[in-house]
Design a binder for this molecule. Sequence first.
Ligand code: TYM
Length: 341
Amino acid sequence: MTRVLSGIQPTGDVHLGNYLGALRQWAIDQHDADAFYCAVDLHAVTIQQDPEQLRSATLGTMATLVSVGLDPEVCTLFVQSHVPQHTELSWLLECTVSLGELRRMTQFKDKAARAEGGDQRGDHVSAGLFTYPALMAADILIYDADRVPVGDDQRQHLELTRDVAQRFNSRYGDTFVIPDAAIPTVGARVMDLQNPTAKMSKSSESPQGSVGIFEDPAHVARKFTRAVTDSESEVRYDPEVKPGVSNLLSILGAATGRSAADAAASYSQYGVLKTDTADAVIAMLEPIKAKKAELDADPAELARIIAVGADKAEAVACVTVARAKEAMGFLPKQPQPKVSA
Ligand code: TYM
């Protein structure tokens, strides 16, 4: 059976981009693959986090995963730091990846530039931010994942993961499965509603540009009404020339199961396009909000789901790390010899 792995950082509220680019696909994949999904809290601390906030965001993210339809009876849902083998494998991979490869990562360059610009807590670029892709490779390779459902912004990290796995296999013998990225055809890059040339993100400087999946419908509607478009009036899918309108069309298409170009065919005015997109998004998010309310009323159930997931994930992770360590030549730990009387 195909193995699937993906992760999401527990930092801030999950937004429409996370849902359309990744989580929605995760929910589909769980039914035809052996799927592992996690809140990647170890990645979150590459940027300084408030401890209390990290704890509550991790719980909130796990509740969100269940709310978007991930069924803990069908797939494995876990918190990354509950499976210590991720950091162990990450170290082994850090010793095989090159500085040059890490330096080329555009997410590192972007985040480092922002941190150096002084708009992030801590005001410095951590070494963890730099080695982050090795940990991400470990997350994937440790589950022998064949497929990794992610948004378009993770494409480069996935390519690096493949390179790392291939290099390891050719140096030390066949150890890791080479994973493929699974990037959706619509919704892979949801843009900021106020700044449609930048992707929608949790750290966006314009809260008006990002739509949280649990946001009040009235707020969601207002954000779409105020979305930046352009001074023309033609509705057409053309991301280069008309990024704002094209973003609305992509969102509408993704929410109603059409391509952005097909969605464009029904519209001649920006106003109707905006209200229809808002309505489609609100309708799509409705059942997710209802499930979240149910789960919020039962914290013991969430704690149980998290505990079960950690055990299931660790059982798989242990085997892969042992295989990788043996391939690299680490001395196996033996049980203490019995002293005869
Ligand atoms: P993160 O937490 O930034 O995002 C989680 C998922 O959401 C997708 N995404 C988007 N998709 C479309 N439009 C957007 N505007 C948008 N913003 C985010 C991301 O592509 C991602 O799939 N490095 C990863 C987390 C990670 C991971 C992993 C993923 C750690 N280990 C192993 C896969 C496998 C990240 O920061 O995602």
